[in-house]
Write a protein that binds this ligand. Structure first.
Ligand code: PEP
Ligand code: MN
Length: 361
């Protein structure tokens, strides 16, 4: 073969490569458009029947020199790559950084969390027990500049014989205490039908670990105009937590705070295992604020300071720290609630070590 002919064939091959590239990308654009049409309709992206039809048609019209098996193999690769394109686009959830690069700032009352705001300390007892208890805690937290008061009214307890919470009476006490001391309040709601009612009392609605995949509750939370504090499930992956948040966002409520609160592992030294890497990963994957519950993750008081520092060091936008005026007689989570002096000591340590601003806002 002459050198000229060889060069000519190579030029033709280059041109065909360009044509294939162009055609492949044209195909990819069509696939993307089909993917968009499928999205929101609950239609599965992978359609094996359609794939078989396309392959059969191609093999039937194949005149070679490629054998049919090779044609099948090549086109299967193309189909798989196309599916990958649709998956990529599927990953671009409302709560994803891919969808919004700027941090979401969640705002309620005079409080803002996320973005460049100072870390928010959320504190109060595990359960609302009495008016006196809430007054004692509220008055103390006010002196420390705490702006979001917590307290459970519907308690998801392991044993049905344990204190189950005061219900709506607890929400009322929490809400009145918060108002009295110039704070906002957050509490867990466990039933979808209580979400709307709770808006009257709460500034932030909490969805607890045990309910992270209660999809009806998530949908209802998405339909109200109150921020949602969504805690990671006991054995939920980071991806599952993000999809749970997407349930809320997809219903129109984008004011969501994610909370890492420890996951179940074989380790018994702590109540749960704090997954510290979840914080930077969640912040990377999503634009939502991320907080760490240092009470339920550790279940013990003696390591609160290092754990709080770790959480803030990896970028947490806030902390949950349970406090009680008399932890020893608390009706739930007695072992992990700090008494009011211990709480002040912890804050002082965090301020002195530069993890929190020293001024009371
Ligand atoms: C709580 O914060 O009151 C609580 C019950 O926590 P979790 O849902 O994370 O167990
Ligand atoms: Mn608790």
């Amino acid at each position: 073969m002459s050198k000229e002919r060889f060069e000519e064939l190579r030029r033709q091959l280059d041109a065909v490569n360009q044509d294939i590239l162009e055609v492949l990308n044209r195909r990819a654009e069509l696939v993307q458009e089909i993917g968009q049409l499928k999205s929101g309709k609950g239609t599965e992206r992978f359609d094996p029947i359609r794939e078989k039809e396309m392959l059969d048609k191609l093999v039937a019209s194949n005149e070679g020199p490629f054998p049919s098996d090779t044609i099948r193999h090549l086109f299967k690769q193309i189909f798989q790559a196309s599916l990958g394109l649709q998956e990529e686009e599927k990953k671009s959830l409302l709560i994803s950084r891919k969808n919004q690069s700027a941090d979401t700032v969640v705002t309620f009352g005079n409080v803002s969390i996320g973005g460049n705001n100072q870390p928010l300390i959320i504190s109060g007892p595990c359960s609302v027990e009495t008016v006196d208890q809430m007054n004692a805690v509220g008055a103390h937290l006010q002196t420390e500049g705490i702006r979001l008061l917590r307290g459970g009214a519907y308690k998801p307890r392991t044993s049905p014989y344990d204190f189950q919470g005061l219900g709506v009476e607890g929400l009322k006490i929490l809400s009145e205490t918060a108002k009295k001391y110039g704070m906002t309040c957050v509490s867990e709601i466990v039933r979808p039908e209580d979400i709307e009612m709770s808006c009257e009392y709460l500034d932030v609605i909490q969805i607890g670990a045990r309910n992270m995949q209660n999809f009806e509750l998530l949908k209802e939370a998405g339909s109200v105009k109150k921020p949602i504090l969504l805690k990671r499930g006991l054995s939920a992956t980071i991806e599952e937590l993000l999809y749970a948040a997407e349930y809320i966002a997809s219903r129109g409520n984008s004011q969501i705070i994610l909370c890492e609160r420890g996951i179940r592992t074989y380790e018994k030294a702590t109540r749960n295992t704090l997954d510290i890497s979840a914080v930077p990963i969640l912040k990377q994957e999503s634009h939502l604020p991320v907080i760490v519950d240092i009470a339920h993750s550790t279940g013990r008081k003696d390591i609160m300071f290092p754990i709080a520092k770790a959480a803030l060091a990896v970028g947490a936008d806030g902390l949950i720290i349970e406090t009680h005026n008399e932890p020893a007689v608390a009706l739930s989570d007695a072992k992990q609630q700090l008494d009011l002096n211990q709480f002040s000591t912890l804050l002082k340590q965090l301020r002195e070590s530069g993890y929190l601003k020293d001024t009371v806002e």
